[in-house]
Design a protein around this ligand. Structure first.
Ligand SMILES: N[C@@H]1[C@@H](O)[C@H](O)[C@@H](COP(=O)(O)O)O[C@@H]1O
Length: 182
């Protein structure tokens, strides 16, 4: 869904490397059928998606500030694939992947747009940990806003969130757990 600008795709912390390490090397996929966004292809990326019949499933995470892919706060909800400048919060959060060195974290990234995500037939979002609790609250209970780009998914016809217990801690509306004994 996204890739840093300013580090080679072969860098161990690139999203290309992540996808190869955690998915592509484990499945039987011909290399010419892998299409990750990059500086070389981003202006054609949405056309390419349309040409191949659209995205079936986006499986994504969420930033603690509610960004999906690298659609940082303030990204247009109508956005398509493009280059985005990263926010300070994201750079600080991702420094953990660069030995804690904030200066080593790329300052911009190629990312699919919010509209690119919304156009997928299905979206599954995974949020775990206390650090995602406010983003989960905004995703479920917040007003739809470009400030929390995850809120756009409230309008998606087939959107599932998978969260752990602590990531739900900021939800205002709680359901009561009941156990039935017959
Ligand atoms: N660009 C990525 C996002 O696509 C991802 O959703 C987010 C959260 O990742 P994690 O679930 O590992 O915290 O991190 C980065 O900012």
């Amino acid at each position: 869904m996204d890739e840093y600008v300013g580090i080679p795709t072969s860098h161990p912390q690139s999203y290309h490397s992540f996808m190869f390490k955690h998915l592509f090397q484990h499945v039987d996929i011909p290399p010419n059928q892998i299409h990750l966004p990059s500086l070389e292809n981003y202006s054609e990326y949405d056309n390419m998606i349309a040409k191949y019949g659209g995205i079936e499933l986006f499986l994504c995470g969420v930033g603690s500030d509610g960004h999906i892919a690298f659609n940082e706060p303030g990204s247009s909800l109508a956005s398509k694939t493009r280059v985005k400048t990263l926010t300070n919060d994201t750079i600080v959060a991702n420094a953990r992947f660069f030995d804690g060195n904030i200066d080593a974290v790329p300052k911009s990234a190629v990312t699919v747009g919010v509209k690119t995500v919304m156009d997928a037939r299905e979206v599954i979002l995974i949020a775990d940990g206390r650090g995602k609790a406010e983003a989960v609250r905004q995703a479920v209970e917040g007003n739809i806003s470009h400030v929390w780009t995850v809120t756009a998914l409230q309008m998606h016809p087939k959107f599932i969130m998978a969260v752990d217990e602590v990531a739900t801690e900021e939800l205002r509306v709680k359901t009561v757990k009941v156990s039935l004994s017959i």
